[in-house]
Design a protein. Structure first.
Length: 102
């Protein structure tokens, strides 16, 4: 992963609602969740949810697909794994003290 990609991901995650969205989507698994259900679960407006999902999608952390009249969002596990690997291998130089924590 390039440093610029990692910075984009960290910027997207550096906001409470977006972090909560990613957590919900990871828990939802491969089924994902419709944006309306996410908005209701987190107590935010549809417009706010749309904005936050757009930021996460732009960073590559979530994907979307249309199912009937709903848009289903899913966590992108490969991208989440890549940013974790970036932290461990590139930023932390694969230091055993850091790796021991994980």
């Amino acid at each position: 992963m390039k440093e610029s990609q990692a910075i984009s991901i960290f910027a997207a995650l550096a906001q409470e609602t977006r972090m909560q969205i990613v957590r919900r989507l990871v828990k939802a698994g491969d089924a994902g969740m419709p944006s309306g259900a996410l908005a209701e679960a987190l107590g935010v407006s549809a417009a706010s949810m749309s904005f936050h999902l757009g930021q996460l999608e732009s960073a590559g952390l979530v994907t979307s697909s249309r199912q009937s009249r709903s848009i289903i969002y899913k966590a992108d596990y490969r991208k989440l794994g890549a940013v974790i690997r970036f932290l461990m291998e590139d930023c932390c130089n694969d230091d055993p003290r850091v790796r021991a924590c994980c």
